[in-house]
Design a binder for this molecule. Sequence first.
Ligand SMILES: Nc1ncnc2c1ncn2[C@@H]1O[C@H](COP(=O)(O)OP(=O)(O)OP(=O)(O)O)[C@@H](O)[C@H]1O
Ligand SMILES: [Mg+2]
Length: 366
Amino acid sequence: MYIQSLRLHDFRSYRQVLLTPPRGTTVFVGENGAGKTNLLEAVHLCCLGRSHRTANDKEMIRTGADTCAVQVRVQREDGVDTVGVRLFAAPEKKRKLLHINGKAASRTGELMGHVTCVMFSPEDIELMRGAPQGRRRFLDMLLSQCGAGYYYALQSYNGALKQRNALLHAISRGEAQPSQLDVWDEQLCQAAAPVVRARQYAVSSLCQLAREHYAHIGGRDNEVFALRYTGHLAESAEPADDLRRLLQARRQEDLRRITTTAGPHRDDLLLTLGEQDMRAFASQGQMRTAVLALRLGEVDLLTRRQGETPLLLLDDVLSELDAGRRTRLLSRIHGIQTLLTCTDLSDLTGGQPDAVLHVKLGEITE
Ligand SMILES: Nc1ncnc2c1ncn2[C@@H]1O[C@H](COP(=O)(O)OP(=O)(O)OP(=O)(O)O)[C@@H](O)[C@H]1O
Ligand SMILES: [Mg+2]
């Protein structure tokens, strides 16, 4: 798919913007704080209903405005799709309105799969170094964009988990009985199964795909990149049955710790280079290359699942790669509409963008 038009209204540093990027690569160049990432964030908002960098929607409303709006129109293999998101500052109003092809959508899940993107951002390095939560989010966003089914399955699981944890608290206060856990254990097991199965499939596919991208961009045959799904049910062929057994075995511990200690909410990914844990020894550039390989693997997986290439948003990706890696990366993104930001055009050596736009606070010029 590719963007035909992107409209912003009172979004971050922009009062009014209309962009019609070409099908290939568009480069946004500008100083730090010029508003480059804001543009990519706007696209991300239309794909997943949320920002890639903040959980607080209001931050995206231009200072002083009551509301902001973003609209993306894409050409897909199967037709044109238009997605719009409007956010409101006032607490008494509904905070988010979604529109898909002119019709109001009541749930964020409905957005999934209409406009899809893969975003690389500097914060992605946290995928390598940070807490497991970030790696789970990476998988969840990827799988949600593959189809709303996963998004809703995850919501069910999180709902059941919240209820079970609330019950553990009630039991600890003497307001409920441990036997009441049985109902929520069963709900949790049923809800966990589709989440675990989707993650198992995604990680094994992604490992193959990302390994090839790493070898290409890294340019060294002796560095084999791999990722492995880890967690209580990572290898399970029957996740519901196995979780049921685990919850029973750990019930006393759960009661003592007043939280659910087993399940996919504790999952993680292990990222290795030459079979060594990358967290412990990889260089900054190797970590960046690995994240890029994961993101390009994500592009492949989404393309395979949807029969459509997603949009590729590359925020500040070039600055920490050496010249060879930059050139090999830019050769990989052929055929995918890419929006790329940089602070200096000299970073682009080896690439031939289809459009270069200069960004200054609130303004975009050719
Ligand atoms: N809600 C908002 N209202 C008005 N301006 C905002 C809002 N949120 C952010 N900004 C402004 O947007 C700018 C940051 O934009 P952005 O993050 O896109 O910069 P950037 O060009 O990506 O910079 P860098 O190269 O440092 O990554 C800042 O100047 C900030 O003041
Ligand atoms: Mg930025």
